[in-house]
Design a protein around this ligand. Sequence first.
Ligand code: FES
Length: 581
Amino acid sequence: MSKKKTPEELRSHRWYGVNDLRSFGHRSRTSQMGYSREEYAGKPVIAILNTWSDINPCHTHFKQRVEEVKRGIWQAGGFPVELPVQTLSEPFQKPTTMLYRNFLAMEVEETLRSYPADGVVLMGGCDKTTPAMLMGAISMDLPAIFLPAGPMLRGNWNGATLGSGSDTWKYWADLRAGKITEDDWKGVEGGIARSPGHCMTMGTASTMTSAAEALGFTLPGFASIPAPDSRHAQMSARTGMRIVEMVWQDLKPSDIVTAGAVDNAVTTCLALSGSTNAIVHMIALARRAGIELTLDRYDAISRRIPVLANIRPTGQYLMEDFYYAGGLQAMLKELGDLIDGTQLTVNGKTLGENIADARIFNDDVIRRRDNPLIPDTGLAVLRGNLAPDGAVIKPGAAEAQLHVHTGPAVVFKDYNDMAARIDSDDLAVDANSVIVLQHAGPIGAPGMPEWGQLPIPQKLLMQGVRDMVRISDARMSGTSYGACVLHVAPESFIGGPLALVQDGDLIELNVPERKLNVLISDEELARRKAAWVAPEPRFTRGYGAMHQVHVMQADKGCDFDFMQRDGAGAGASTGGEPEIH
Ligand code: FES
């Protein structure tokens, strides 16, 4: 290992190594915690930012994993310091963890800035924790390595395999249509989440932890290992060992997050048929590194990337099967020239070197390029008079006959309006209708919740309708499916065209041509816009008030406007803030 730093050059030296009044305080207080000088003097201080909590089921095992990380750090000659940060528990936090993603990103950055950290292990996995931690770490630009929580085991109920989210929606629809009993439903409840770990479908968690690995932020192969597997524990210890070396080598996010690495992560999301949420997160974290990732770039990459991962909700299997089939490394190897193998990763090797020996063990789970699950267009960016700044749809998750569709709008002014009327017998709706939800975006909802898989009216469910065109400025869980147009920008709450749609307006969706239009004249749209009245702000104080003023729209990644660094280029992204010591 070639060292670029001496102990005196460590950031923590300013806390521990100098001989002044303040460092006396740091050392005496460290002594108070039971450490003698020999245990930490001259060693890299490694912050372990842990998103464990009693209310995050996906991170239940982090209490144990953090001990394994510490073991690795000690063995490599570092000094581990565990610091708790926001847990962002997807199932419990309301209205949505997305409202707080930027909060955690700021907490990560400021925690690192204000404490004597030389390097950091980021422990996350449940949905927004991954992008939030990467965003904060990119902005701070200290040596950083990501520890992915790993997917939970397959769900099981009466011999049927259950997938997180996807099977919740499926069996909920079956219950509402009278196809299963309440007892069946309770059985699903008991069997769908049966181990620690994040959702094991290709939801946001699996998508973003895989993206983190492709970006270069995890040890090779880590993202695919199921949470309870002993190899997950071993990788945790190795992550601890590696971060100490990274500090000595001064290997930082700015060395890793390049435009090519971002393209690799986007390619990975698409080949996995990953969550649409990843678009927002990838744009946000790229912008933290000064890399302009646009929706159009996303769409252009999508047109040439086949879907190789046969994982629910687009495909058939789950993350556990994906791991046994060779995992992410095998899929990246199969992508071949579609991946830029020259990009550097946290282990000091290139992505290409890391995947050189990867093999596929089941080519139904990880498809070969000559037999993809979907040849291209895992994701489409739509534009038109309804979404001047873009909207997205995942065509593979929608019924094919809806890819080109024109139908009359049935408009709900907000989530409560939809909840109150969607199942009403009086609702004028049929299978040809286009369901529209307003005020579900970054500011209007607030936080752009995962409401985008709008429910199909019960009376249509009873007729056997399972998919319809649905449009909103919300996001959708990556475990969801359906012809759901999402992330409409600008959002309706700030007067985007979605706010101007009325019942009965014809809406045109054309995925092959990437179009989304409301078929009314420009004059009529202008007349409605002039008559539009801005709603009252959602918040008058606190974090919410700051969020509504500064959050950017979906096409810009929903980061705060004051956190990005436009066009600065990787390497110039951080650090740059003054450190007050
Ligand atoms: Fe944590 Fe799905 S609830 S990843």
